[in-house]
Design a protein around this ligand. Sequence first.
Ligand code: SAH
Ligand code: SF4
Ligand code: F3S
Length: 443
Amino acid sequence: MKIYLKTYGCQMNERDSEAIGAQLIGAGHTLSCDENDADVLLFNTCSVRDAAERKAKGKIGYLKKLKDRRPDILIGAVGCMAQRLGNQLLEELPHLDFVVGTGQLHKIVSIVEDFAKKRQRQVFTAESADVLTGMGEHQDHGAFGQIAITRGCNRFCTYCIVPYVRGREISRDKGDILTEAREMVDHGVREILLLGQNVAAYGLNGNTRPPANDVSPFGELLESLNEIRGLARIRYTSPYVTYFSDRLISALKNCDKVCHNIHLPLQSGSDRILKAMNRQYTASDYLRYVEKLRAAIPDVTFSTDVIVGFPDESDEDFKMTRDLMNEVGFSQSFIFKYSPRPGAKSAERPDSVPETVKEERNQILLGDLSARVEKMLLRQVGDTVEVLTEGVSHRNEARWTGRTGTNFVVHFEPTPNLQSGVLKKVKISRAGGVSLFGSIVEE
Ligand code: SAH
Ligand code: SF4
Ligand code: F3S
């Protein structure tokens, strides 16, 4: 069968899609980029905000016409929204054939093949104990690869649906991760991105208390990965701030392949709001970790996630978020307008901040960010930075792009026969927009 697979949501979903795609290919099916030329259409969905759900539902709804024309095609919703809504999705979308939640994705091949024979609409959302099997499969991804090291989340931040749709946190076996990484490197991967809802909780058996200062199974994992010959870079996302034990910080400092960029979700700079979010740190705790990390890794950059308009967020609360963000000096930030998620705890409270205020706060933070990034970029003009080459720039075919370890995008003229996944020194000549421009310096 020809399978069209579209992914919504975060990198974890991208990674799941890669794994289920690899399983389908392994079973003799092919992937198609064209929804009009596929026998099976799969949508890997997200539930994190209402808009994400509406997007996937809208897309699937729109396919009714295609299904009317070609009743033989199969349409399936998989992933987080599939897990959350289950049967309700089948009711809302009468032309949807099956629903597969996050706990059953590893069975995708038999689900699709059985359905093609029996044609009986069905929902698969049970939590299964063997959820980690078959999810280590990869497709050929060139020089950049991703490995999920944990699944699920135990933190239950009050706004968040993820613990409900992804289930309890489980860490994968360290040996399996290392084997997977070595195989990827043998196939040409040069940069590995480690994924988890809280990667720094890796190996802590689902315990929600941060580790003691001399403990970090995640740090040990980084050290083992750092030994892999042929691997150039290791990135990870996202760690929860209070898990940066001294042990983890020393691992970050000692591993030359681990990039000097940390995505450190802040969510709010107001202690009152942080408490209502069940984020277990204060604004000053957060700053203390940032300072400790900067002391250990002087060129480290930070990016973050922030929610504006959480229930009851006042102008003062918002100002505290704004001030803290400016104080940390994030080089990137993802700002989200609060969206109540039915089933998550904060949804029991009124969504009290008007949409216009959420948007205003969003714009203020975006303005701060772009002014700050402009300065950060300008400061690098004249520097020689190390980039890992990616490929031809999407915006200008004459240029290539790559990123620094600190996660700035760099555009440069390619040298003859330049490959993707090679570390190159680039001298920065100017800054523009959100990126740097320069030329390769021959060694
Ligand atoms: N596990 C990751 C976050 C995954 S969700 C972590 O904790 O780092 C990605 C981001 O979406 C969150 O950091 C949060 O900022 C945002 N988010 C989650 N639930 C949300 C909601 N209900 N409304 C708005 N933004 C939300
Ligand atoms: Fe959601 Fe919090 Fe878990 Fe991140 S740590 S996935 S924000 S519950
Ligand atoms: Fe990711 Fe969305 Fe699921 S953010 S974990 S795909 S709810």
